[in-house]
Design a protein around this ligand. Sequence first.
Ligand SMILES: [Zn+2]
Length: 474
Amino acid sequence: MHLISRICRILPVGIALAMLSTSVPVLALGGEQKVEFDQFIKNIREEKRLDQIGYLIFAKITPSRTSEDRILAAAGSYFYASDEGYLAHVNYVRLDRMKKSGIETQIIDKKRLDDEQESWYIVWTENSAQEQKVKALFEPLYQNEHTMIIRIRPEDRERLIAARVRFSQIDESLLPTRVPAMPKPCEFRTVDPAIASLLEFVKADEMKADVQTLQDLKSRAVGQPGNVTAVKWLVEQYGKIPNLTVTTPTFQSGANNLQNVLAEQKGTVDPKTIIVVCGHFDSTVSSGNMSYAPGADDNGTGAIGVLTIARALAGKKLPYTVLYAEMNAEEIGLYGSKAVAKTLAGTAGVTIKAVFNMDMLADKDDNEVAVIGNTRSNWLIDAFKDAALAYTGLKSNTLYDSKIWYSDHSSFWNIGASAICTIEGYPDMTPYYHTTNDLVVNIAPSMMQKIVRGNLATLLIMNPLPAKIAAKER
Ligand SMILES: [Zn+2]
């Protein structure tokens, strides 16, 4: 409701119009009218009004942990960090807060917060051919290396899909402004026999069989029956593991109502501190014929990696909560992980200690995994690198690079969590990427075993088994 109509409701219409047509006198309200007017102002302050303007801004501030803290304190979240600064979506109140805190901001674009017609998209282009393709269709509002920001109407979405580039819609909801506490970095010291014995549970041949099961669904692409069957199958698998709370929260992606599969293993000491282990289970093919998208490597391997870690830790008493998150709709714009991150960011008292995202684990066994993280995740990259090497002999190609956003880890970066992505190689990935040949016969299960063991070992260093349980199992 607009201010004028609101005033007209409070005052007789004639008086209100007279007030507006002449020079406006001081408006003295009392009693019920004042209460209503104060509430109206309060709603604006608390950002409840939908008809405000949303600003897409570039905050020119050298990325660092403290810079990120300042962005999160003012904006609540951001969606891209380049070497020069952060891109965020804010309303007027937050924009003002940002300026007052001394951050140099540049408005890239603006539109009504309740405008559901036009949307901002972040686009990832692999090469200059793709870049030219997108630029022929849309005028970028912003560009940095592989990333572009564009504004599109609903009818443009099909054109963007046809361009076969990776993209994600920018979430325009305003998350609570808070700066998450930085987790204490965990240090690897010596190989713990209890952890080493638990890693034995992660077996290449068993994981391969499970990836085959996912591949046999023919297509787990959003909109295909196999996507729904995959949800059912995953729920069944997690249901067999003791002491997990399994849920399938629904989220919206365009016209689709989709489900993630979440399984929570409650921490025994500090259950509000959460470690997320995730991987996406949906698949895609770049040909566009989604009825056959086997997605063995991308990302049957990661999805089964998450499940295998849950099975390995079955019944174990761990100090912190572990959330096993099988993400949906990664391939169409990271929608599943965004929904999970948003829920966690909006839950009071919750602290995310670390996020382990696994995406494509087994193109070949060259004994080197790529580990991607942003400024807030350096410690986690280092922890993984040391643990993986000590426990499995696996080497890490460490990429301290916030610009590699195109997988589920970035949804957690955006809310200030430490998150890493382990991937078979970057930018060298499977030659069968997003093709109908992304099949189990073309993967190296031994590589998947090492990467999953590396993730599990790192998780157990920061979320240790109680000493007496560990001793009994030795
Ligand atoms: Zn993937």
